[in-house]
Design a protein around this ligand. Structure first.
Ligand code: APR
Length: 249
């Protein structure tokens, strides 16, 4: 197992360009439950709450669940050791950027600057009538559902609902990384949501080395993963950091 860490650290230290690819699992130790697997949100709530026409048809009911799952939970969540190591890696030059499926803003809170949010973000709202964008702090979340201060239209969180297009900046960055990064560091994703799950597969097609961090196997592990560092993100990333630091001494 130690040799896996040594090998992964050497791969990262020797790479020209490393991309982090993260999912809900990296934030579990910050208190934000994953969507699937043990304690997964989709075991308790219907994923159809993220269907756009469900939001427009059953607005009040769907808004109450969205507010509970994504705003009440996220509010005071703090980055954990795994987020902090990725921020240190970016600062040290070991990490070019992060493509994240998460909307919890924890990579930015940890200090990463180059973060691309493949599923949008929960920091702002968009008006479904006039398309105006408002930062979260300008919206009264107790209003049910939130309405546009400008035109009174229905506001939706600026993360993507199932079936909505991927934000172009994040999509373009992920395609660039798949073609140009020689290492992908995949942390905390089951790999079963399209089209995000295609990004590491595209990277593999350009001979990118895949290092994966997860307590359980994902759909990537037996398919494209070169080094599987099994364990919780904060423990594994804490160990990986030590191996990278040992190269610096
Ligand atoms: N450390 C690392 N990984 C963990 C941890 C942990 N402490 N705990 C759980 N995991 C792993 C699980 O084993 C699983 O593989 O995190 C993964 C969580 O999978 P999902 O909940 O499916 O999260 P994700 O892959 O990010 O889902 C993708 O699905 O519902 C949509 O939009 C939502 O962005 C989300 C997308």
């Amino acid at each position: 197992m130690e040799s896996h860490y040594q090998e992964a650290a050497r791969m990262i230290a020797g790479a020209k360009r490393v991309t982090g690819f993260t999912g809900a699992g990296i934030s579990v130790e910050s208190g934000i439950p994953p969507f699937r697997g043990k304690d997964g949100l989709w075991n308790k709530y219907d994923p159809d709450i993220l269907l756009l026409d469900n939001y427009t048809r059953n607005t009040l009911e769907v808004w109450r669940v969205i507010k509970k799952l994504f705003f009440d939970f996220f509010g005071d969540a703090r980055p954990n050791k795994a987020h902090e190591v990725l921020a240190w890696m970016e600062k040290q030059g070991y990490l070019a950027d992060i493509i994240t499926q998460n909307i919890d803003n924890l990579h930015q809170k940890a200090g990463n600057k180059n973060v691309y949010e493949f599923h949008g973000n929960s920091r702002q709202f968009a008006c479904m009538k006039c398309s105006k964008i408002y930062p979260l702090e300008d919206i009264e979340l107790t209003e049910e559902p939130p309405s546009c201060p400008g035109c009174g239209g229905l506001l939706k969180p600026d993360f993507i609902f199932f079936g909505e297009p991927i934000p172009s900046e994040a999509y373009n960055a992920s395609m660039y990384d798949a073609r140009h990064s020689d290492v992908f560091l995949i942390i905390g994703t089951a790999g079963n949501v399209f089209p995000a799950s295609q990004v590491p597969l595209q990277a593999k097609e350009t001979n990118t080395k895949i290092i994966e961090v997860n307590p359980e196997k994902s759909l990537f592990t037996n398919d494209i993963t070169d080094i599987f560092l099994q364990g919780k993100a904060s423990e594994v990333m804490g160990k990986l950091e030590k191996y990278l630091q040992s190269f610096e001494n």
